[in-house]
Design a protein around this ligand. Structure first.
Ligand SMILES: [Zn+2]
Length: 395
């Protein structure tokens, strides 16, 4: 699509003004969701409020998308062309509530969708706001991806509120490992030679992992807990179990770490004679930020008067957006609404997710995402460049 400079500037002005016009409504909605925290797959209040607002604006809303009760897909746009999606998360944490600011992720996605919706009849293509439940454990996006929800989507984006503004943040690939050993009970003093100590096997496994620590990449994270270490000190433990998590910057290396963990677990089984049960699921992938989209987002932020860094120095977590970023070109930038040493998943960040500063962050995120999507729809060749980069991702 060829727009004159004046036509393009007109669209930008309308989109920015639309986010401002909707801001009071978005603040009220984000605080309403904040006041009704719901954990994974129970986000019924939030999903109902968000889909009602989308339907009211004329979006075609599909509830229970991908067979998940609290997921949704909403679409708008009469014209043929690509579909750009804004991702809404809205789950809270058990006990502590909206301490990851997902209420603001939800309303920034909505605000971006609403702004583009006002001009969508003049754009080639469609916009989508997609509600993805259960980011905090549960992997809602993985289930939705596997159900084919993102099949017709050309690019996805969301903004996560944070302690710094980063356009290509590091989110680690992660694999969970469950380990159990079956030994043989016996009197620990009267007949120890007749027992097989399952707890010893767990301890050997932890020692093996701790020896491994010296020989893994600096970005690797390995952490675990013992779930069951026996019943009584005078009984040789016949059963013991542990949970372990390994993470790294890329999924390929996480698979290697999981293989090494398995070797440590097998060695402990061999040494003690206990029988090993080793269970690990497919790793959750790292976030592969699309560079073309991230650069665009950074340029929009700068235009809105916000500075950003490209890659964060530390504090990496993991997210199910990683899985999605390997299925569809994606960005998952961070936008600052609090200062270090405030951290995610704390009461302080929960306050930030309600605060006026948090609401301003939501407004800026909405504008940056809406303008990024506008460019992807109207600037010739841009979406092709996004897709070409995506095609080069190592699988
Ligand atoms: Zn989060």
């Amino acid at each position: 699509m060829r727009l004159t400079d004046a036509e393009y500037a007109g669209l930008v002005g309308e989109i920015v003004a639309a986010v401002d016009a909707d801001h009071a409504e978005m603040v009220a909605l984000s605080r309403d969701i904040h006041a009704h925290p719901e954990i994974m797959f129970e986000e019924r209040y939030a999903a109902a409020a968000l889909t009602a607002a989308l339907a009211e604006r004329g979006f075609e809303v599909q509830r229970a998308a991908g067979g998940l009760e609290t997921a949704f897909v909403s679409l708008s746009g009469p014209n043929a062309g690509p579909t750009i999606a804004f991702i809404a998360e809205y789950d809270a944490l058990p006990g502590i509530g909206h301490a990851c600011g997902h209420n603001l992720i939800a309303t920034s996605a909505l605000a971006a969708g609403f702004a583009l919706n006002r001009v969508i009849d003049r754009l080639p293509g469609q916009i989508a706001v997609i509600g993805t439940p259960a980011e905090e454990g549960g992997g809602g996006k993985v289930k939705m991806r596997d159900a084919g929800v993102f099949a017709g989507i050309d690019a996805v984006m969301m903004t996560h509120m944070a302690m710094e503004t980063v356009t290509r943040p590091v989110f680690l690939a992660v694999a969970s490992i469950e380990i159990a050993y079956h030994g043989k009970a016996s009197h620990a003093a009267a007949a120890p030679e007749a027992g097989i100590n399952a707890l010893d096997a767990i301890i050997q496994f932890f020692n093996g992992m701790n020896a491994l620590r010296q020989h893994v990449r600096a970005d690797a994270r390995m952490h675990g807990i013992i779930l069951n270490g026996g019943q009584a000190a005078n009984i040789v433990p016949e059963y013991a179990s542990a949970m372990f998590i390994v993470r790294a910057r890329d999924t390929v290396y996480v698979r290697e770490l999981a293989r090494k963990a398995r070797a440590c677990a097998e060695a402990a089984a061999l040494a003690t004679g206990a029988r090993l049960e080793f269970t690990t699921a497919e790793p959750l992938e790292h976030v592969a930020s699309n560079g073309v989209m991230a650069d665009l987002y950074r340029e929009k932020l700068r235009g809105l008067g916000w500075s950003s860094t490209e890659i964060q120095q530390d504090g990496p977590a993991s997210t199910d957006m990683g899985a999605l970023s390997h299925a569809v070109p994606a960005i998952h930038p961070l936008l600052q609404i609090a200062d270090f040493p405030v951290a995610w998943h704390t009461p302080e960040f929960r306050e930030a997710a309600w605060s006026d500063r948090g609401q301003e962050g939501m407004r800026v995120a909405a504008k940056a995402m809406a303008l990024t999507a506008l460019d992807l729809l109207v600037k010739p060749g841009l979406l092709d460049a996004v897709k070409a980069e995506f095609a080069q991702l190592p699988r």
